[in-house]
Write a protein that binds this ligand. Structure first.
Ligand SMILES: NC(=O)c1ccc[n+]([C@@H]2O[C@H](COP(=O)([O-])OP(=O)(O)OC[C@H]3O[C@@H](n4cnc5c(N)ncnc54)[C@H](O)[C@@H]3O)[C@@H](O)[C@H]2O)c1
Ligand SMILES: [Zn+2]
Length: 364
């Protein structure tokens, strides 16, 4: 089947403009998409054993000349050592500055492969073929690349835009159900923070979306890419507008860290973070209780979240004090003001925060 219904968007950032192709079957047309975007003929692909095992053959059929560099994924492998293995693969394969590195995998592969591309020989071309929903709607768009240090997540990195992003919703067919759902929570994030129509669309089409129907997924993924692309274009280095995309992430990051990245997937912690932000918004009078209920119902509709009621709210607060979103001692908090709009505030009191965590079921 050829890719007849692919949507094509253009993301224009101050540093580079590039196409994002979204559609069922887009992977098959990767070769021509690369050619159209003007990248050279020397191609390498970084992927993980899991993703290459599932999708390597299809990738290879689309781009036989790309030499694979296989490195493990999963958060604990997103390290400088992992990037080092990619450099080794590039060097062994004779990659010079005209080479293009493609990433085929989830957010870990995007971030680590992107970081390797940004730094190998001071930067070679990069193209993403994301295979998790989270990577398709978030990690592959926006140009943030990086790896973790033992002291914390994403502490080494760069802003480095790809030359092309090719998103094939068919690739999601093999994704574990929980990973898929975690991506859908991030989609809800976009809807609540910036786009009521997208939020309504997700609520309306939750059946086809959870069945991973490509016809339902394609416009939703494209909408998220368009939103992130527009925001990144206006604020490539995350100084202002881009912060609304952190909706749900202040509490989310604390819960992830508080459970040592073992219990909650990123999207699941963001779902909790959105619920906490809604509770704070209602308490401050900036969000209508009815909107909070609609948002909570949308999150609940996507399926169960792992329990957090054995965690301590005070301990999560401690994690938040160390968050990167603390600027000059003030915690930046994204609060929805309705469905489709949000504001960044810096005056959420610790008492309000503790109360919101209590609402999620956390103990003292
Ligand atoms: N750069 C950014 O702007 C940005 C944005 C959001 C998240 N991230 C980063 O993304 C990472 C999380 O990404 P993720 O959630 O995709 O996790 P991941 O990359 O660890 O992938 C999750 C799991 O899914 C597997 N997988 C991937 N595609 C598959 C497929 N099609 N079928 C079956 N299994 C598949 C992987 O092997 C892995 O085990 C984090 O490191 C986060 O920091 C970056
Ligand atoms: Zn996120």
């Amino acid at each position: 089947m050829t890719n007849t219904h692919a949507l094509r968007l253009e993301i224009a950032t101050p540093s580079r403009s590039y196409p994002v192709v979204v559609g069922a079957g887009a992977l098959q047309d990767l070769g021509s998409a690369l050619k159209e975007s003007g990248v050279g003929a020397s191609h390498f692909v970084v992927s993980s054993p899991t993703v290459w095992g599932l999708w390597g053959e299809a990738f290879h059929a689309a781009l036989p000349e790309a030499a694979p560099i296989i490195v493990p994924d999963g958060e604990r492998h997103k390290t400088t050592a992992g990037a080092g293995r990619i450099y080794d693969g590039l060097l062994k394969g004779g990659a010079d500055r005209s080479a293009t590195l493609l990433t085929l995998g989830g957010g870990v592969t995007c971030d680590m492969g992107g970081f390797a591309a940004a730094t190998y020989m001071r930067g070679i071309r990069l193209a993403h073929v994301p295979t998790t929903l989270l990577a398709q709607v978030d990690a592959a768009i926006g140009g943030k690349v990086g790896v973790n240090l033992p002291g914390g997540k994403n502490l080494v990195g760069a802003f480095y835009q790809p030359s092309l992003v090719v998103i094939d919703p068919h690739a999601l067919a093999t994704l574990p159900r929980r990973e898929f759902r975690a991506g859908l929570y991030e989609v809800v994030k976009y809807g609540v923070a910036c786009d009521r129509a997208l939020f309504d669309q997700v609520c309306r089409e939750v059946g086809p979306l959870t069945r991973r129907d490509a016809a339902a997924l394609t416009p939703v993924i494209a909408a998220c890419c368009r939103l992130k692309g527009a925001i990144v274009a206006a604020d490539e280095r995350e100084t202002g507008a881009r912060r609304v995309l952190n909706f749900g992430h202040t509490v989310g990051h604390a819960l992830e860290a508080g459970t040592r990245y073992r219990r909650l997937l990123h999207g699941e912690s963001v779902a909790y973070g959105m619920l906490a932000a809604c509770a704070i918004g209602v308490k401050r009078g900036s969000l209508a209780a009815a909107d909070r209920d609609t948002i909570a119902a949308a999150i609940a509709q996507l399926g169960p979240l792992p329990p957090v009621n054995d965690l301590s709210a005070a301990a999560q607060l401690e994690f938040m004090r160390h968050d990167k979103k603390v600027h000059e001692g003030r915690l930046h908090f994204v609060l929805p003001t309705g469905i489709g709009s949000a504001q960044v505030v810096t005056d959420v009191s610790e008492a309000d925060l503790l109360r919101a965590l209590g609402d999620l079921g956390l103990g003292e």
